[in-house]
Design a protein around this ligand. Structure first.
Ligand code: ADP
Length: 159
């Protein structure tokens, strides 16, 4: 049997408990799971990519099948280069579905061997996204309940 290799692509700016939950639930499904930050040269993130990757590595320190990385360009090109056959995405709402449907269908056209696999968000995390966390931090609030417990937001520097 060929290895089942998946990628969970996203901005993870920063990783939230919603992302963490999807990743933990996907671990038993795949032999190897890349958590990959898509880098867009024109769009600088809130946290730099190294910081975002370090946090994800901290959270999944004990999980040998998780590989944290970043990539530029098309997700399907990352998949071709790394033998990835599954793209993992989380679905929160019907708006997510509409957005994901077109991306998933385009990816399938670009790379017919790829399958996009969706996990439904755990109900307690449906409201959560990285931009809410960024807003809380920007205004000096406490966002610790929304990010994985390994992440210490106390000494972060904010742009
Ligand atoms: P993108 O820039 O691609 O939207 P994100 O980092 O926001 O990247 O999200 C990456 C993936 O994580 C997407 O599939 C998204 O649906 C999923 N996701 C984001 N927030 C949550 C959440 N609260 N619960 C489950 N999945 C989530």
């Amino acid at each position: 049997m060929p290895q089942k290799i998946a990628v969970f692509p996203g901005s993870f700016d920063p990783i939230t408990r919603g992302h963490e939950s999807i990743i933990r639930r996907a671990i038993p499904l795949f032999d190897k799971l890349y958590v990959a930050i898509g880098v867009n040269a024109e769009k600088r993130g809130f946290f730099d990519v190294e910081q975002r990757m370090n946090w994800i590595r901290q959270v999944f320190d004990n999980e040998s099948s998780i590989v944290v990385t970043s990539y530029e360009g098309l997700t399907v090109d990352f998949c071709k280069q790394n033998n990835v056959r599954y793209i993992l995405r989380g679905l929160r709402t019907s708006a997510d579905f509409e957005f994901e449907r077109s991306i998933g269908q385009v990816n399938k056209k670009l790379y017919p061997e790829i399958e996009t696999v969706f996990l439904l968000t755990a109900p307690g995390y449906t409201f959560l996204n990285s931009s809410i966390v960024r807003d809380i931090l920007r205004h000096g609030g406490d966002a610790s309940m929304f990010v994985p417990e390994q992440i210490d937001l106390k000494n972060i520097s904010i742009k």
